[in-house]
Design a protein around this ligand. Structure first.
Ligand code: GTP
Ligand code: MG
Length: 209
């Protein structure tokens, strides 16, 4: 039987090669981590469902595209920007260059993604404070300058990964609810409680496909 969900989120992860996009997605979808670096070839994807418990419980379905950071795949990966509802821009806090490049990635989004795409900046590998090259303040400042939300994350130590995906989904939901003139603001506020990881059958409220 076809599975149904309250919301479908099509997300995209971009950023330089080696910043940890695949690992963040692996942490979010499988709650696991791998130290072996296998650079993504072209494009990959992962899915996960999350139960949101508010006044009305909701099933969120994530389909996240994991792009290759390597320049040689740029033509392939940018082709996927258009379909994204939310984009995670990832840099590595231990690698200055990956932070400097965030500006270029933002420019890439402006060129290739839909104009109302929700964005979020993630400073990954925050478990490696001893090797840090980019202060948290610089990350925050960049995000403020562009009007984008920011979090430092660690796929390895499982810091803020769940929060990042939930926050991005919330921002997308808020925008959609506003657009659909939905009189139920509970979906956009209140505490988030994740109760289970499996899809459940539920009424398909709106088609976001
Ligand atoms: P491309 O696919 O080439 O674009 O790279 P990527 O951004 O997908 O990087 P990937 O997730 O493959 O991670 C690169 C390396 O960084 C791997 O060796 C990971 O183990 C390591 N790594 C990823 N996230 C973290 C983290 O949060 N902390 C630490 N310490 N290492 C991490
Ligand atoms: Mg990868």
């Amino acid at each position: 039987m076809a599975k149904t969900y309250d919301y479908l989120f099509k997300l995209l992860l971009i950023g330089d090669s080696g910043v940890g996009k695949t690992c963040l997605l692996f942490r979010f979808s499988e709650d696991a981590f791998n130290t072996t670096f296998i650079s993504t070839i072209g494009i990959d994807f992962k899915i996960r469902t999350v139960e949101l418990d508010g006044k009305k419980s909701k099933t969120l379905f994530y389909r996240s595209l994991d792009t290759a950071g390597q320049e040689r795949f740029r033509t392939i990966t940018t082709a996927y920007y258009r379909g994204a509802m939310g984009i995670m821009l990832v840099y590595d806090i231990t690698h200055e260059k990956s932070f400097d490049n965030i500006k270029n990635w933002i420019r890439n989004i402006e060129e290739h993604a839909s104009s109302d795409v929700e964005r979020m900046v993630l400073g990954n590998k925050c478990d490696m404070n001893d090797k840090r090259q980019v202060s948290k303040e610089r990350g925050e400042k960049l995000a403020i300058d562009y009007g984008i939300k920011f979090l430092e994350t660690s796929a390895k130590a499982s810091i803020n990964v769940e929060e990042a995906f939930i926050t991005l989904a919330r921002d997308i939901m808020t925008r959609l609810n506003r657009r659909m003139n939905d009189n139920n603001p509970s979906s956009a506020g209140g505490p988030v409680k994740i109760t289970e990881n499996r899809p459940k059958k539920s009424f398909f409220r709106c088609s976001l496909l």
